[in-house]
Design a protein around this ligand. Structure first.
Ligand code: AAT
Length: 277
């Protein structure tokens, strides 16, 4: 008997199926349904509320692209806040930057961190680094309570349902703006340009109303619906397309490089139209 998991519902009318070879863990946490499964083509995966969060095969694309573009745009990022991202993938990339002195992860669901450490050590491996502090609380509240503190804020959130709804709202973006220092950079995962044509322009308007430099960039992620994914950046001072990358590190990245850093901002016409709506 073959076992298939299908992500469905987040994009009405679309299903994304993978063959599961083993269910390693399943539970209902305080916040969501959590599953860790081995799959035939994407390796081990983390699912939350029946939606794909990450897979061993393609996680590098998302985690590198949400982290290094902002960290290499800022001349000296020391203090970084990651909201969501309990699997640890963003933290793993952030602490590759030697300038980073402190990285704070604010994840609402303790079980995401605990199960990722147990079943996804390749992704969670940075979480025990001495520069990293892991807090279990709502990122919306945390952002509200901090002012003028961070060089970079990265929102690695679930889709805008359940506890993540507020992470896509204007009041949260304003809190992040205020939590950043005067030359800080904000970046968030902002869903699919094919399937979220209403959400992306709204996010764009919110970010543009706050930051002098607002940009969208793309990466391709086979396990997310549509395969093409947007990230939205708001920057108080530094332009990610104008930055001189010649002295910036690329580490052992598998997707990110200096050419991709610049090329990711080149948008197809339909995405340009979307963000200028
Ligand atoms: N690294 C890719 C994985 C994720 S998971 C996003 C995390 O955000 C989840 O662990 C979830 O518990 C956490 N989260 C949701 N809401 C909040 C909140 N209000 N405060 C703090 N953490 C929160 C991203 C996958 C993207 C999927 C795209 N389809």
């Amino acid at each position: 008997m073959e076992l298939w998991y299908t992500e469905r519902g987040i994009v009405p009318g679309l299903g994304l199926s993978v063959q599961v070879t083993k269910v390693l863990h399943e539970e209902q946490t305080e916040f969501q349904h959590l599953a860790i499964v081995d799959t035939k083509i994407f390796g081990r995966m983390l699912w939350l509320d029946n939606i794909i969060m990450t897979s061993i095969k393609d996680e590098f694309v998302y985690h590198e692209m949400i982290s290094h573009v902002a960290l290499n745009t800022h001349p000296n990022p020391k203090k970084v806040l990651v909201i969501g991202g309990g699997d640890g993938g963003v933290i793993r990339e952030v602490i590759k930057h030697p300038s980073v002195e402190k990285a704070i992860l604010v994840e609402i669901d303790r079980r995401v961190v605990e199960t990722s450490k147990q079943y996804l050590p390749e992704i969670a491996c940075g979480l025990d680094d001495p520069r990293v502090e892991v807090l279990f609380e709502d990122g919306i509240k945390y952002a509200q309570e901090h002012k003028n503190e961070f060089d970079i804020i990265i929102t690695d959130s679930t889709d805008p349902i359940g506890p993540a709804v507020g992470l896509f709202e204007g009041s949260f973006y304003k809190s992040c703006y205020e939590a950043l220092k005067e030359d800080g950079i904000f970046v968030a995962q902002t869903e699919s340009p094919y399937h979220d044509a209403e959400l992306i322009p709204k996010i764009q308007k919110n970010i543009r109303s706050l930051y002098p430099i607002t940009k969208v960039y793309l990466a391709h992620i086979p396990t997310y619906p549509g395969g093409c994914w947007t990230f939205t950046m708001g920057s108080k001072k530094y332009d990610p397309e104008a930055v001189d990358l010649s002295n910036k590190p690329t580490f052992d990245t598998r997707y990110y490089n200096h050419e991709i850093h610049k090329a990711a901002f080149v948008l197809p016409n339909f995405v340009r139209e979307l963000i200028n709506k």
